[in-house]
Design a protein around this ligand. Structure first.
Ligand SMILES: C[S@@+](CC[C@H](N)C(=O)[O-])C[C@H]1O[C@@H](n2cnc3c(N)ncnc32)[C@H](O)[C@@H]1O
Length: 505
């Protein structure tokens, strides 16, 4: 993997005013709006390819918006005249020179993808590049992992933020409004150029796009927030910089986790989207905890899935190896499985690791399963998860916990299911869930429901115990350890909050 920088276009307009012209014309066409597809009457396309005929029909009018959608979203050639019309007052030559489009006889095709995303407009590579000799330096666009990390990012004001492995720069740009300065670092020079182009296109002036390996370009600097969606796929390959770190097993994520603390300010957070190898015969959390010994960080791991080697290999080959036919898939799949077997990997965990630098006191480590659903931005929930675990550290003795006033979350929802029976409608089950953010949910019983609704923040748990015990016809003293155990889990997941801290994190 040795990208040849010289064969990449500069991704820059010769005339700096062209950035403003491009923004203006995209805005005038309606292409800046994320609901660009709604504008043509389509709002729930699973993917653009599957509804090609419908999109063709909806973009037949020949407006500037239609031309831009055909060119950059549908990846279709358009007639040079139609293109020239759509980009007025800009000249087609400036788009050609900047590397946005290519000319083929009387037609123009997109050389990059141009996508409106969360009030940004982003240029990145077309998937077709993956099937060319330049494939190693492919710059990915908005993937599932991009969206997950963007939803989980803690969005508080930062003096300095680092986006490590920035690709087209999306996380750096999303962090720009809540950061004084952002460093966007990538090993791939093509990514750095595209990120710099995107920064100018979006008129973002506080992001520095830097080329280099891991923390190399920011040595000696300290950050309040480090975010990274690294090339985490575990495989024997080194074909794509965006996917393969070329390091053994999960070394790329481990390396970032090990090096990050030195670049964090006190209290600063580092959030890494990770895949890791899980070995047989041990708790996955305990295995992962070894990455953080001596880190001076509190660490919260949220595991979103754990896959067998076969499921993991097949998933990533299908997602990233588009040119493999059936035989190609099979060969690659067996090569990957042999590699996993050689390394003794039993399963593959995936999820978010969040670290917070805290040099004083004993650091804590928590490894939990993610909630099944994340509703809207979750960064504040992640930050609050740290505050809640800090609180739990202070009440490790049951007596200390019982002395606390807790309050149910305003986002708590209780649902009961009733089933008809000979005696009339009977409660047959109930669930608790949070209505937004990290939307944890679980089955509940009368005991748990009772416990939660009693927690109104006014009385301590100790004061509530007699009522709860009476409702359950139980002895308060014998109930206390059970209550404490349950309360700890409910606090961890954000169902119950220490009174007075409901809006704090
Ligand atoms: C999975 S992509 C993420 C891109 C983008 N941040 C996102 O979330 O959509 C991983 C990125 O890490 C970059 N990368 C790979 N190895 C790197 C290294 N050693 N140092 C810095 N960046 C690296 C790749 O070029 C790629 O842009």
């Amino acid at each position: 993997m040795n990208p040849d920088q010289n064969s990449d276009p500069l991704f820059d307009f010769a005339d700096a005013d062209d950035y403003q012209r491009l923004r203006d014309l995209l805005a005038a066409a309606g292409f800046l709006d994320e609901s660009v597809l709604e504008a043509i009457g389509i709002n729930d396309l699973p993917d653009l390819a599957s509804d090609h005929p419908l999109l063709l029909d909806r973009t037949a009018g020949g407006s500037a918006l239609h031309t831009l959608i055909r060119l950059f979203l549908m990846e279709m050639p358009v007639e040079a005249d139609t293109f020239a019309q759509a980009i007025r007052p800009m000249a087609a030559d400036s788009w050609l020179q900047a590397g946005l489009v290519r000319r083929h006889g009387s037609q123009v095709t997109a050389a990059l993808k141009l996508l409106p995303f969360r009030n940004l407009i982003l240029a990145f590579d077309l998937p077709a590049l993956l099937q060319t000799p330049q494939r190693s330096r492919y710059v990915m666009g908005i993937g599932g992992s991009t969206i997950t990390l963007s939803q989980l990012t803690i969005r508080r004001h930062c003096r300095q933020t680092l986006d490590l492995g920035c690709g087209c720069g999306v996380h750096a740009f999303l962090a720009a409004p809540h950061s004084s300065r952002v460093a966007a670092v990538d090993l791939n020079p093509r990514a750095v150029r595209l990120a710099a182009f995107n920064a100018r296109l979006n008129n973002i002036s506080n992001v520095d796009c830097l080329e280099g390996d891991f923390f190399g370009p920011v040595a000696e600097r300290q950050f309040d927030l480090i975010i990274s969606n690294p090339p985490f796929v575990i495989s024997p390959e080194s074909r794509f910089i965006y996917r393969d770190a070329g390091l053994e097993a999960d070394s790329v994520c481990r390396r970032i986790a090990r090096q990050a603390p030195a670049f964090l300010t006190e209290g600063g957070f580092c959030q890494i989207l990770c895949n890791w190898a899980e070995k047989d015969g041990g708790d996955w959390g305990q295995q992962l905890a070894q990455w953080f010994g001596g880190s001076n960080c509190d660490v919260w791991v949220m595991r979103s899935e754990s896959l067998s080697p076969a499921a993991y290999g097949s998933k990533w080959i299908r997602h990233t190896e588009f040119s493999d036919g059936e035989t190609g898939f099979s060969q690659r799949f067996h090569q990957w499985l042999d590699y996993y077997e050689r390394l003794g990997i039993a399963s593959f965990g995936a999820g978010l690791i969040t670290m917070r630098r805290r040099s004083n006191g004993t650091n804590w480590f928590c490894a939990d399963e993610s909630p099944e659903r994340m509703i809207g931005p979750c960064g504040e929930d992640v930050a609050r998860g740290f505050a809640l675990r800090d609180f739990l550290e202070t009440v490790q003795e049951d007596a200390a916990l019982l002395a606390c006033r807790l309050r149910f979350s305003p986002d708590l929802r209780l649902e009961q299911q009733f089933t008809p029976s000979a005696q009339g409608w009977q409660v047959s089950g109930s669930t608790i869930q949070l209505a937004r953010g990290l939307a944890f949910q679980g089955n509940s019983d009368t005991f748990m429901a009772n416990l939660m609704i009693h927690c109104d923040g006014k009385r301590t748990l100790q004061e509530l115990l007699p009522d709860m015990a009476a409702a359950l016809k139980a002895d308060p003293a014998r109930l206390a350890p059970l209550v404490c155990q349950l309360i700890r889990k409910l606090v961890e997941q954000g169902f119950l909050l220490p009174a007075g801290q409901e809006n704090e994190s």
